[in-house]
Design a protein around this ligand. Structure first.
Ligand code: HEC
Length: 266
């Protein structure tokens, strides 16, 4: 009896400690209980080891005893297991699909909105052109004027949009997690990029993003080894997006910031 109490109390102490640690580590409540139950199960096994030996049986009696033992064991396990919360893999899959579906819709909607905005902008440009044509007296203008006159507003507006798209890529792919720019972001994993435009052309920056080993910042072996630049951007960005991002970065030529010199490796 004294032995049982001793083992039970050890079980309770260990179980309580596990429960506490699990709670401190912010495990869900179910897991805290599982840890506690594990300790109690252990205590029970140790108690059983001390139980007095059963009288030796033989013949049919022993066969029945073995079968009974298995039935009891199976019942305990099945009953015990069904007491814990059940996870249906199909249901969990359903939840994941729902989350992904929402994101997919959001991005599709985003794209649709962008297209509508672009269409509207184009429509306005066409209208403006029509007005100009009328002012100029459409008859003789149609032959040459629109051709030379139309592009400038389109491209100048396009360039602004393009830069904005570049900045969006910077935010979207979280380059700021490692790189400081305009005094924002960083965490010192990668170099500050405010002066990158003085060193690299748009094409070279593109190359660096698509293949991070193509250029390495001076001193990268000591300083930035741990925060190594990821090699995944070529998979998650299309050529237009990389070009926009590189063009935007190329516009940063602030020589007062100490951007390390990139060294060509490939
Ligand atoms: C996990 C951290 C990390 C992320 C995220 C990251 N980089 Fe880097 N990047 C680095 C490190 C570290 C270096 C310096 C070593 C090297 O050149 O590879 C670097 C170097 C660079 C350089 C060269 C800088 C120089 O002075 O030579 C450019 C340009 C650059 N990164 C652009 C980007 C862009 C654009 C993104 C987002 C698409 C990005 N990085 C995302 C870590 C990162």
């Amino acid at each position: 009896m004294g032995n049982v109490i001793k083992k039970l109390s050890i079980g309770l102490v260990v179980g309580g400690a596990l429960f506490g640690i699990a709670k401190w580590q912010e495990f869900p409540f179910v897991f805290q209980m599982v840890f506690f139950a594990q300790a109690m199960l252990g205590a029970a096994v140790f108690m059983l080891l001390d139980a007095p030996a059963v009288k030796t049986m033989s013949g049919g009696k022993s066969a029945i005893a073995i079968v009974m033992f298995y039935i009891v064991l199976c019942t305990v396990f099945v009953a015990g297991a069904s007491m814990w919360p059940q996870f249906d893999p199909e249901e969990e899959k359903g939840k994941i699909v729902k989350i992904l579906e929402r994101e997919r819709k959001a991005s599709e909607q985003g794209k649709a909105e962008e297209l509508i905005a672009r269409a509207k902008a184009l429509d306005e440009q066409v209208k403006a052109l029509e007005v100009r044509l009328r002012e100029l007296g459409a008859g003789h203008v149609v032959t040459k004027e629109p051709v030379t006159d139309a592009p400038p507003p389109v491209t100048s507006k396009g360039a602004g949009d393009f830069m904005k798209a570049g900045e969006e890529q910077w935010q979207l792919h979280e380059c700021f997690n490692c790189h400081k720019l305009k005094g924002e972001g960083g965490k010192k994993r990668g170099p500050e990029l405010d002066n990158i435009g003085s060193y690299l052309t748009v094409d070279e920056i593109k190359q660096k993003i698509l293949d991070p080993k193509s250029f390495m910042a001076e001193g990268f072996e000591k300083e930035w080894e741990k925060g190594r630049m990821p090699d995944k951007f070529r998979e998650v960005m299309d050529d237009n997006e990389v070009t926009a991002l590189a063009s935007w970065l190329n516009s940063f030529k602030n020589t007062s910031v100490n951007t390390p010199k990139p060294i060509k490796k490939k």
